[in-house]
Ligand binder design. Structure first.
Ligand SMILES: Cc1ncc(COP(=O)(O)OP(=O)(O)O)c(N)n1
Ligand SMILES: Cc1ncsc1CCOP(=O)(O)O
Ligand SMILES: [Mg+2]
Length: 212
């Protein structure tokens, strides 16, 4: 089963991205989504080529944001696709069944479609406003998660759902109570001066009440 914490990278240069990803891994993250927006193919490739062995060293899952070709080219573990990116069913045909495909959702219907099309996990959001991403979909808030997760349960749709968008430590307990599987975060980890402590606290809350 996938880790309950996914780190989404930040940085407008290869160096900043690598610094942030290395730090997240070094402080306990086991799942990285490389999100390097508006870059040349060459730079995205250079970064991905460096991130791949780094993630291997830390035994972390490595997925690429948006870029299907790059995912295949560097043999990453998978890709995350948004509602306006390549369609999930096309991506599945292109990547095959061994790769993880995550899909963004803002509604119950988005999730239904993603499941039908062979998606492996859902990034459901935004939970609240965040400056990390432009052009946000409508904000869901806790009540939005509650309603959508209830509908999933009622319709017997079983797929790991990750909450995303402006999430902080104190949001985890109420969010987990709605039935989500985990969270995808960028800002809180990137900006933290105490990453090890923060990641430990995030994981403690995410894995509370789970008997291993
Ligand atoms: C885990 C996760 N969930 C949602 C998103 C957002 O994807 P998208 O809507 O395609 O936006 P960009 O990240 O591409 O700007 C995500 N990246 N990860
Ligand atoms: C990529 C993305 N999609 C919806 S919100 C978001 C950004 C999440 O980052 P943060 O945790 O900094 O709000
Ligand atoms: Mg996208």
């Amino acid at each position: 089963m996938y880790s309950k914490l996914q780190y989404i990278s930040q940085g407008d240069t290869i160096e900043k991205q690598l610094y942030n990803i290395h730090n997240a891994l070094d402080n306990g993250c086991t799942w990285v989504q490389m999100r390097f927006k508006n870059q040349s193919q060459k730079d995205a490739f250079t970064l991905a080529e460096a991130v791949k062995p780094l993630c291997e060293k830390y035994a972390a899952n490595f997925i690429v944001n948006d870029n299907l070709n790059l995912t295949k080219q560097i043999d990453a573990d998978g890709v995350h696709l948004g509602l306006t990116d390549t369609k999930i069913d096309e991506a599945r045909v292109f990547l095959g069944t061994s790769k993880v495909i995550g899909g963004t959702a803002n509604t119950f219907e988005d999730i239904q479609n993603h499941v039908k099309n062979g998606c492996d996990y859902i990034g459901l959001g935004p939970f609240r406003f965040t400056a990390t991403k432009e052009k946000l979909s409508p904000i869901l808030g806790l009540s939005g998660y509650f309603e959508i997760l209830q509908k999933l349960k009622k319709n017997k749709i079983d797929i790991p759902v990750y909450a995303i968008g402006g999430i902080t430590l104190r949001d985890i307990n109420p969010l987990m109570e709605t039935g989500i599987h985990g969270i995808a975060v960028s800002g809180i980890i990137t900006e933290s001066d105490e990453k090890e402590k923060l990641i430990q606290q995030l994981n403690e809350k995410l894995y509370a009440n789970i008997i291993v």
